[in-house]
Design a protein around this ligand. Sequence first.
Ligand SMILES: *[C@@H]1O[C@H](CO)[C@@H](O)[C@H](O)[C@H]1NC(C)=O
Length: 400
Amino acid sequence: MAELIFNTSLNYLILALGIFMLLSESPSPANAASVQYNVVSLGAKADGKTDSSKAFLSAWVSACGSTSAATVYVPQGRFLVQSASFNGPCKNSAVTVRIDGTLVAPSNYNLNGNTGNWIILSHVTGVSVIGGTLDGQGKGLWACKLSRKSCPSGATNLEISNSQNVLVSGLSSLNSQMFHIVINACQNVKMQGVKVSASGTSPNTDGIHIGASTGVTILNSKIGTGDDCVSIGPGSNNLWIENIACGPGHGISIGSLGKDQQEDGVQNVTVKTVTFTGTQNGVRIKSWARSSNSFARNILFQHATMNNVQNPIIIDQNYCPDSGCPSQASGVRVSDVTYQDIHGTSATEVAVKFDCSSKYPCTGIRMQDVKLTYLNQVATASCAHAGGAASGTEQPASCL
Ligand SMILES: *[C@@H]1O[C@H](CO)[C@@H](O)[C@H](O)[C@H]1NC(C)=O
């Protein structure tokens, strides 16, 4: 009996709590209160073959021009979109692009392969992109590139540029011709639950590239592609990258830096809780071997699991992806880089490689609890011009 009374009051408590939560839920820009522009009502066809670019643009222009919160809505289905530029500035700072369906790029890469970007979001403040799939149909262009014919350089699936306060949640990017997602010259961008998928042999298909941006957060995302899962270019700082599955791909890279003499550096980057599976690199910093005033500093790589990774930990200041690279001392100053709790398996004997600049040696490299094996044995570490300290478990033995 006592138990029954207890259970009943518990139920009331839960009920009351539920009602309270319902009532206190604040209206979000994505809810029904905001004006909605449905691309299908504006003429888009979910048949995968009628170009719906115009309908997407007119939905955007209306939502962006609305003086209060507004939503572009893309229902289920496949929509062929030859190109889409969602440009601001907008009249409100709560535009939501809610996508239940798939945007499909033209399969003929000659139609958009020279445009740089397929879908662009630029000069906006306060935009959320929720859900959706972007299918770049890049296979034809990859085949062209791999056959070494002269081909268009390819379009990025989604570029977000010159924008602030952008959220991308639950978006999937498939088979981009070039980079999947680029964040360029932005402040305060959050990406969560993003999925990137392309063949491990697809050329230049970086998952998420961040350049010249401040305050970018990438959470809970799964990236498998033919180039870097995440790449971080010059002028990026205050980045937080957490809970990522990477592979196939080339790992998470800072760089390439130091291509130009005058270049903004990278600082304050946290990369934590990442699993790398079968990737070319794990956590990497790379720079060209030439003169530059660039830098990479205050970097933390924490809690990484390596599964059969070729270069689990690498700083490469003689980066050379092709022939004909410069071969001077890199001018890029690499300092205060911490590796903490990095464990798993290396696919090569050298699991830790610091190949720093002879002119500007790496300083303040800290290693704490690193345990990497190669074929069930202890792997090796290789250092050139690298200074710092190691503590805790160190397998391979530190060469700092
Ligand atoms: C470093 O970046 C984080 C965001 O990732 C930010 O919260 C923090 O304030 C930044 N630290 C400094 C010193 O700028």
